[in-house]
Design a protein around this ligand. Structure first.
Ligand code: GLP
Length: 264
């Protein structure tokens, strides 16, 4: 796991966008895994800017989102489909037909939706780069604590903490879904590269468990310790509870100079 600690949320977003940009320049038809949540917003803004400047293009990209609420229609402004269109897809040159979320329409069997989603990912050749955030309880996608480390796309019941954390995004009388369909932990682990972004003091505890705690289903993001190519981009606040901070900074400098000499 490569841990990169940057000054602030803006630097995290800019560095994340640069890493995505590097991949797209090498592989214009890459398969990207997208994530939602407020942490990703700045990253999407940076990517939109790069796309508008002609620096990168999503024209040949295929996208698969981590998760979607169950029981929320795609055209509901609270759906992750709406979030992605509003915050990102509508502002870049991606072909809408190539953007996928595990949406389950009314009456559809969520189990079949989950397996069909896995199949679609496989048919596209697997995910080259999966973006992710982390929940304050260590969840990744909507894989809540206790999720099977071998799980694939399926329905998860959200924890009370996640419902509370996300309640800020819903009006008091608005329906807040308690269920979601999410890529499983094994689905995320199958991505060739994972790029997780975390910012702010509210994430410091979860980040310390993910990076320096034991690998455990109780902190689903900790499984990334076992990923061959996981990069964690943190601002100073999210990194504030890490014990090995100096080492990560030192290793980052060495890695950068290796990349300069031999490429990524
Ligand atoms: C949601 C999403 C996760 C995301 C998490 C953190 O629960 N399903 O994929 O990582 O929120 O979101 P935020 O960035 O808003 O803190």
């Amino acid at each position: 796991m490569e841990v990169i600690i940057l000054k602030d949320a803006k630097s995290v977003a800019m560095t994340g966008a640069e890493l995505v940009g590097q991949l797209l320049r090498l592989q214009p038809a890459a398969v990207l895994g997208f994530a939602t949540g407020s942490t990703q917003l700045l990253l999407y803004r940076c990517l939109i800017e790069k796309c508008r400047a002609g620096d990168i293009s999503f024209r040949r990209v295929t996208g698969f989102n981590l998760d979607e609420y169950l029981g929320v229609a795609a055209d509901n402004p609270q759906s992750y489909r709406s979030y992605m269109d509003r915050e990102f897809f509508d502002h870049i040159d991606i072909d809408g037909d190539n953007t996928h979320l595990p949406c389950c329409e009314d009456g559809q069997n969520p189990r079949l939706v989950g397996s069909a989603y896995e199949e679609k990912i496989n048919k596209a050749g697997g995910i080259d780069l999966q973006l992710a955030g982390i929940g304050a309880n260590g969840h990744i996608g909507f894989n809540e604590p206790g999720s099977s480390l071998g799980s694939r796309t399926r329905v998860k019941t959200l924890t009370r903490q996640t419902l509370e954390d996300n309640s800020r995004l819903f009006c008091t009388d608005e329906f807040q879904p308690r269920l979601a369909i999410t890529m499983g932990i094994a689905t995320i682990m199958a991505a060739r590269r994972v790029l997780l972004l975390a910012t702010g003091t509210g994430k410091a505890e979860a980040v310390s468990r993910m990076v320096e705690g034991p690998v455990s289903a109780m902190c689903p993001a900790s499984i990334l310790q076992m990923h061959e190519r996981a990069t964690v981009l943190l601002d100073e606040k999210a990194a504030s509870r890490l014990k090995n901070k100096d080492y990560y900074d030192w290793a980052y400098l060495q890695n950068e100079s290796l990349k300069d000499r031999f490429g990524d």
